[in-house]
Design a protein around this ligand. Structure first.
Ligand SMILES: *Cc1c(COP(=O)(O)O)cnc(C)c1O
Length: 449
């Protein structure tokens, strides 16, 4: 396989003529409801470089939305897939079984926090894993209510979409929604919903959420609390100190299953294998997907054996769930995570990202907040630092300018004003710095316009 030189190269304007022609074909063949944040069509990718069909080489600071923690086309992962490809591609685990499924389950059981015996169930997508975590929690507790948070994103299927907070674009017109989903305030230190100062936001929002759970739902009706330890699509919100532990204690005291949705934050991204480790909390269930199989569709629910073993035989599954190619890829991903110390790499990237983003905040008033952990960092753009009015248009303009200069960056956030940085954890420091130089110039261009 061809390795692409790890450098940015502009061959045409972006999008170039070939991408534009593909875009025309796509418009006539694919519904507009599938949104794409760039007009680029990729021909090949490796490491932290995407080469488009016009020969442009773009720096990838999105990693396919946190899927390629191991880098694009990781050789170890593609080799593992190729080897499995030569043996078989599918049998269906519910019919005739295969070792890679069991081995990957053993590996995840050992990686997920907590000393209790564990079990892992594989499915194909993040949304499906979230749904299965809820099914298992309901069965285990005999209760119905599911607690989620403001700004949460848990997927696009009926239940996962219901659990997701944001109406546009995820829910508007797409209901009716699933019953028994309750939304609580989220600690968001920059915009504390109770109006507290950032240092007080964690405990205050936890107290508020616990009060609401007690009074409006009843703790004894709650099957599970599902939370992203660091929110992804909702704006890379890092909850205030104390928020997550207080919720976990409340769950433990009331027989509620505590579920960490680590689909975006997991597998090395934040400088630990799982973001929940930064909170010192042992969740009952952990949900993973995105980065788990280095680009192949695979998701998992991992957790305490007594919870996972609640459901009767045949109550869980899926035809493609735990596909053998995906499990082989997952094993190679976990090998690479440990061999190359990807959490350590994420911490090193944090050392480049956060200081640089703070410098940007010092230079332009457009940057209202800098936050994140490991290689999951973001800036939140505002038109006015006092009112914190979200700078949605400027955010879009910065991303467009970055793309024109050959850098793929993603946005997120309830207010569409957060620029999130999710580079592959294997990115060279120099390439990351170059990507950040482009981001800085783009911000200056937009701020000066
Ligand atoms: C992406 C994501 C999901 C949904 O995963 P899909 O594979 O797109 O269904 C759920 N939770 C979080 C935190 C995510 O980032």
């Amino acid at each position: 396989m061809e390795a692409i030189a790890q450098e940015r190269r502009l061959a045409t304007e972006i999008p170039g003529p070939r991408s534009r022609a593909m875009l025309e074909r796509r418009r006539a063949a694919v519904p507009n409801g599938l949104g794409s944040s760039t007009p680029i069509f990729v021909e090949a990718a490796s490491g932290a470089i995407l080469r488009d069909v016009d020969g442009n080489q773009l720096i990838d600071l999105g990693a396919g939305i946190a899927v390629l923690n191991v880098g694009n086309s990781s050789v170890a992962v593609t080799d593992a897939i190729r080897q499995q490809l030569d043996r078989f591609t599918h049998t269906c685990m519910q019919v005739t079984q295969y070792e890679p499924y069991v081995e990957l389950a053993e590996r995840l059981n050992a990686l997920v926090p907590g000393d209790a015996p564990k079990r892992t169930l594989f499915v194909s997508t993040g949304a499906e894993a979230v749904e299965n975590a809820v099914k298992i929690s309901r069965y285990h507790t005999g209760r119905d209510a599911v607690v989620v948070f403001d700004h949460a994103f848990h997927g696009r299927t009926l239940l996962a979409m219901t659990m997701t907070a944001k109406a546009m674009p995820y829910k508007s017109g797409l209901g009716p929604f699933a019953p028994e989903v309750y939304r609580m305030p989220m600690s968001y230190p920059y915009r504390c919903p109770t109006g507290e100062a950032p240092e007080e936001c964690g405990p205050r929002c936890a107290a508020e959420a616990i009060h609401l759970m007690d009074k409006q739902i009843g703790a004894d009706r709650i099957a599970c609390i599902v939370i992203e330890p660091i929110q992804g699509e909702g704006g890379f919100v890092v909850p205030g100190t104390g928020f997550v532990p207080a919720l976990a204690s409340f769950a433990a005291a009331n027989g509620i299953v505590f579920v960490a949705d680590e689909i975006q934050s997991g597998l090395g991204r934040t400088g630990a294998v799982f973001a929940i480790e930064h909170e010192g909390v042992v969740p009952d269930l952990v949900v993973t997907a995105k980065s788990l199989a280095g680009g192949l569709p695979l998701a998992a629910v991992t957790g305490r054996a007594d919870v996972m073993e609640s459901v009767h035989a045949g109550g869980l599954g899926g035809t493609f769930a735990g596909n053998p190619l995906a499990c082989a890829a997952g094993l190679a991903v976990l090998d690479q995570l440990q061999r190359e110390d990807l959490p350590g790499k994420a911490r090193a990237l944090e050392g480049i990202l956060l200081p640089r983003l703070r410098e940007l905040a010092g230079r332009t008033a457009l940057v209202g907040d800098v936050r994140g952990r490991g290689a999951m960092c973001a800036i939140e753009l505002v038109t006015d630092r006092d009112t914190k009015e979200p700078a949605k248009a400027a955010t879009g303009a910065v991303l467009e300018e970055c793309l024109r200069q050959g850098v793929v960056v993603l946005k997120c956030g309830t207010y569409d004003n957060v620029i999130r940085l999710l580079p592959p954890l294997t990115i060279d420091a120099a390439l990351l710095r170059e990507g950040l130089d482009v981001l800085e110039k783009s911000l200056a261009t937009v701020a000066g316009a």
